[in-house]
Write a protein that binds this ligand. Structure first.
Ligand code: ATM
Length: 244
């Protein structure tokens, strides 16, 4: 299974730029990469995205919201993420399950344990190996998003329309989740330069790929007991995309 990496963070934190840079760099290293996003990522998920972000849907209850994001995710996992991971691709998603915990849980105040159960059902237990959180002051993020819109980039959606206090709870939620699982999260100060952030992210991914390659080789050795060590190593060099 390829490692699964997700990017989280507010609007204007530079997630999209970092994902694009990472994709280019990994492809230059001959790593097979699939980039995707939530909500959406599949034809059915993109239809659900439209309902979720429609500024006309102001009456949407937070529970409806949580279930729709989770429904889109279930389709995304089944149709896009799992097949790519099984094909040993590195999957990079712009947002995933932690968005539901942050926005619907910490933001709207829905019960976190219930959301975790819904998420486990929707994803069939598929978790990100690494969550990269681009941390940014809320007011600065919203200001950057407005500037992008004036420059004709991005969309202003129903979630952006939430009060500043909502976005502050979301930010604190992300920081709490990161502090609770430091080995699975990388917190980045999104105010740093694009180049510095990219270097930090890339170094961390290389370490993850190396670890994945080692466990991949161990699994191959276990499943090919009759082959000699040298032949396995040679075979891995030919077929394993994670080999350094
Ligand atoms: P972007 O595609 O622009 O990142 O917008 C996605 C929005 O959906 C984002 N809102 N803001 N502001 C976060 C929100 N969202 C959730 O509230 N829950 C989720 O589970 C997901 C995947 C996204």
């Amino acid at each position: 299974m390829g490692p699964f990496i997700t990017f989280e963070g507010p609007e204007g934190s530079g997630k999209t730029t970092q994902i694009r840079l990472l994709e280019q760099r990994l492809k230059a290293d001959s790593v097979s990469v699939l980039c995707t996003r939530e909500p959406g990522g599949s034809p059915i998920g993109e239809q659900i995205r439209h309902v979720l972000h429609d500024l006309g849907n102001q009456a949407m209850d937070p529970r409806t919201e949580a279930l729709l994001y989770s429904a889109a995710r279930a389709q995304h996992v089944a149709q896009v993420i799992l097949p790519a991971l099984r094909a040993d691709q590195v999957v990079i998603s712009d947002r995933y399950a932690e968005s539901t915990l942050a926005y619907q849980g910490y933001g709207h105040g829905l019960d976190l344990d219930t959301l975790q159960q819904i998420t486990a059902f929707a994803t069939d237990g598929v978790q990100a190996d690494l969550v990269i959180y681009m941390d940014l002051d809320v007011a600065l993020g919203l200001q950057r998003k407005r500037q992008d819109l004036q420059a004709g980039r991005g969309e202003w959606n129903r979630m952006d329309d939430q009060a500043v206090a909502f976005h502050q709870r979301v930010r604190q939620g992300y920081l709490d989740m990161a502090a609770a699982e430091p080995a699975r999260w990388l917190v980045i100060d999104a105010a740093e330069s694009v180049e510095n952030i990219h270097d930090r992210v890339y170094q961390r991914i290389r370490a993850l790929l190396q670890a994945s390659g080692e466990s991949h080789r161990a699994r191959r050795r276990a499943s090919q007991p009759s082959t000699t060590q040298g032949e396995q190593e040679h075979g891995d060099q030919v077929t394993c995309q994670y080999c350094p």
